[in-house]
Design a protein around this ligand. Structure first.
Ligand SMILES: [Mn+2]
Length: 287
């Protein structure tokens, strides 16, 4: 499954950086932990369908205490995985999605969609005095050339600061599905709407902040928020999205192994990744 081939279906890059966090760090340890645990798991979707795709691992972006320089490096290094049919980026905190999405913007010819699965919208313009905080990720996504506000969609939100709330009210074309709406209307309805809204884009970036999950399922993260979906509900949504949308890149961020219990957050992240790949393989087989 791991391959050196430039023809591998998936390219993976680790970004062990958590310098955009203001509170509980630890996400920098996730790429190493996820790789380690991945060798212990069966390579399959969650109904047992074997994964056939090859994965090329581009390693990790090296540490650098200069924030602008490491973000520049992340943006450059992301180009390798983005040449594959699908890229997977392992954070790191959610700020790493800022340079990753910039690289995505450059790699896609035309307009694209961004789906963010997160307990928080990360829509601050500035947080802790910086525009690259992990609380500013979605706001920076809106700076990208290829992303229109109506193609930015959130699911799982349940903690929205007043500034973010005001921004969302002022920008009604941004669709956000709260965790409550997801629970009440059901995963099929959410998936159906997300897919319908992104019908016309050429490519989709899926950003998974693991704190979208209820802390019962993913306690190992900096900002756990109760009332979130279960792993089962997240798997169902990710399967539906990857089965229907041209997802060209995915990131998994905010997994913090040092805050985890029995690696359950890392294992949950891996099962979502495998499910995403399984559904993607099925979509490729059909097209
Ligand atoms: Mn979050």
């Amino acid at each position: 499954m791991v391959s050196d081939s430039p023809d591998a279906a998936v390219g993976v890059l680790g970004v062990p950086f958590d310098g955009g966090v203001s509170f509980r760090r630890g996400a920098a340890f996730a790429p190493a932990r996820l790789r380690e645990l991945s060798t212990r798991l069966a390579a399959c979707g969650d109904e047992g369908t074997p994964l056939n795709l090859d994965v090329r691992d581009y390693g990790d972006v090296p540490p650098d205490l200069n924030w602008s320089r490491i973000f520049q490096t992340v943006e450059e290094r992301a180009a390798g995985p983005l040449q594959h049919a699908q890229a997977l980026f392992l954070g790191g905190d959610h700020s790493v999605s800022i340079p990753l999405m910039r690289a995505f913007d450059r790699s896609v010819d035309g307009s694209f969609g961004v789906v963010i699965l997160d307990a928080h919208p990360d829509l601050f313009d500035v947080y802790d005095g910086h525009r690259w905080s992990h609380a500013c990720t979605a706001r920076r996504a809106l700076d990208l050339e290829g992303l229109d506000a109506e193609h930015l969609i959130f699911a799982g939100l349940r903690s929205i600061a007043r500034e973010e709330w005001d921004f969302l009210q002022a920008h009604p074309s941004i669709r956000y599905v709260t965790a409550r709406e997801w629970w009440r209307s059901g995963v099929d309805a959410v998936a159906h709407e997300v897919v319908a809204r992104l019908q016309d884009v050429r490519a989709v970036y899926l950003s998974l902040d693991i704190d979208v999950l209820d802390p019962a399922f993913a306690p190992g993260t900096g900002y756990p928020e109760g009332g979130g979906p279960s792993t089962r509900e997240l798997l169902e949504l990710v399967r539906a999205l990857c089965g229907a949308l041209p997802i060209k890149a995915m990131d998994v961020v905010e997994v913090a192994p040092v805050l985890d219990h029995g690696d359950r957050t890392s294992f949950a992240a891996l099962s979502v990744i495998y499910e995403a790949w399984s559904a993607t393989e099925e979509r490729w087989a059909e097209s």
